[in-house]
Design a protein. Structure first.
Length: 127
């Protein structure tokens, strides 16, 4: 693998946690290997690894963009990642309020429902 891949994998683990990455790695196949390599090197090894903005800010941007573009299936994963990125519930809500104004209330509403459910799941695991 490349240095960018190694950087990406380290960043991915730091943001998403070992358990999540280990589970994803266990299901990786020859078919999706090119895609997994691409996202590890580009998303995690370049964008998420850049120190131009904080992980907290990057987390807020990512959640807003996921909601604004209707990519809801990734929202729970990135809500769970806020435990490691430092984005608070208030940060997430502010991001989703921006989504409501600039991308549409239905998208923000659905993202908020997903965030609430994921936060509730996270709180149950800590009890």
């Amino acid at each position: 693998m490349t240095d960018r891949y190694d950087i990406g994998m380290a960043t991915r683990r730091a943001v998403l946690g070992d358990a999540h990455v280990d589970k994803a790695e266990a299901t990786k196949s020859d078919f999706d290997l090119p895609f997994q390599t691409l996202i590890t090197e580009s998303a995690w090894g370049t964008v998420w690894a850049d120190d131009g903005i904080s992980r907290r800010e990057r987390s807020m941007l990512t959640l807003a963009l996921l909601a604004a573009t209707g990519n809801f299936e990734e929202i729970p994963m990135h809500i769970r990642a806020t435990a490691k990125t430092g984005a608070s519930k208030e940060d997430v809500m502010q991001s989703l309020l921006h989504v409501a104004i600039y991308a549409g209330v239905p998208k923000a509403n659905h993202a908020i429902k997903l965030a609430k459910a994921t936060y509730a799941e996270m709180e149950e695991k800590t009890v």
